[in-house]
Design a protein around this ligand. Structure first.
Ligand code: ATP
Ligand code: ZN
Ligand code: MG
Length: 302
């Protein structure tokens, strides 16, 4: 075997990931999915007693909510929209002609009411706001969704369509920052239980452009985002496999998440990158699950 072949090549060769011809868009084998399912059960075990309300949204969201979220101000480079053909029979004829001669047939596609979900929690805030005032004890949600980000890469840990499991907490400043801290502790404990060494570091989101540099610095200075990092493709630049985000009252204000007395709720979310965690496990313990350390197998499969 060519010892120089990349981790991505080895994942393709083993069949764990399936090449589609597009960087960052992969099929997954049954074995790969089984690891994700087992890890999600571990998440359930750690978070299950908290009484979170489970909600599953599809990987597309209401475009109007997406527009209101401000995503295009911060991350225009990552967004994906769903466009469709909405023309007449005549338009259809010219569409087919266009495709036949190899011209750009996509320029007449019309925007639909759906955009691809950029993070699992985005559809949640307007949904909860519509329910009315939050109870004094706050609210906790358990989400999982495929997410889209236009960041094609040869790094198997940077995919364009990947799953994020999230817990989202709404409540007072203290309530949601305690929630975030408890998941940082749990994250370390969980990864240790599956034989992965981690570090936690302050982080920032990839805000677009020059103005974005200031937003990123501000996010760091205020400790609003932390990441749990595990070396996958590089030891010098370990990969973020979990993130812990405190939004202060930004989402509460934007979406109208209020308590009965009218005061604005604070929010925080904790995200697990499910493909990244599976890839970290395969990278550290080998591509053959049967060869993984007994303690790791026991944690995942009992
Ligand atoms: P990165 O810093 O690597 O770009 P991020 O900070 O943008 O990641 P978040 O927006 O915090 O990531 O998303 C939550 C989690 O989703 C991350 O901690 C990571 O595990 C996972 N994730 C983010 N982007 C990708 C991707 N392109 N492919 C696979 N997993 C991802
Ligand atoms: Zn989130
Ligand atoms: Mg990051």
């Amino acid at each position: 075997m060519d010892m120089k072949s990349s981790f991505l090549d080895r994942l393709f060769d083993s069949g764990l990931l399936i090449d589609t011809g597009v960087d960052g868009l992969y099929g997954r084998s049954g074995q790969f999915e089984d690891v994700i399912a087992a890890f999600e059960r571990l998440i359930d075990k750690f978070g299950g007693a908290d009484g979170a309300e489970a909600i599953r949204f599809p990987p597309g969201m209401n475009r109007a909510f997406f527009e209101k979220s401000g995503y295009m101000k911060s991350f225009p480079q990552l967004a994906g929209t769903v466009h469709s053909f909405c023309g007449s029979e005549l338009d259809h004829m010219s569409l087919l002609k266009c495709m036949e001669v190899g011209d750009d047939w996509t320029k007449d596609q019309q925007a639909t009411d759906i955009v691809l979900t950029p993070a699992a929690c985005y559809p949640l805030y307007p949904t909860v706001a519509k329910r009315g005032a939050l109870s004094e004890s706050g609210a906790l949600f358990d989400l999982q969704s495929y997410c889209f980000r236009h960041e094609p890469s040869k790094d198997p840990a940077r995919q364009q369509l990947f799953r994020m499991r999230e817990y989202v907490c709404m409540g007072t400043d203290k309530h949601v920052t305690d929630f975030r801290q408890s998941w940082m502790d749990r994250g370390i404990e969980m990864m240790k239980a599956v034989g992965l060494d981690v570090t936690i570091d302050v982080a920032n989101d990839p805000f677009f452009g020059r103005a974005g540099k200031m937003l990123a610095n501000n996010q760091r200075d205020q400790n609003l985002k932390f990441e749990l990092l595990i070396p996958i493709t590089s030891t010098a630049n370990p990969t973020a496999c979990m993130s812990f985000n405190y939004h202060q009252d930004a989402f509460g204000t934007k979406w109208g998440l209020n308590f009965a007395d009218g005061s604005v709720a604070h929010t925080a979310c904790v995200g697990f990158g499910l493909e990244r965690i599976a890839l970290a496990l395969f990278h550290h313990h080998g591509l053959d699950v049967k060869e993984w350390p007994e303690s790791v197998r026991k944690t995942l499969w009992g």
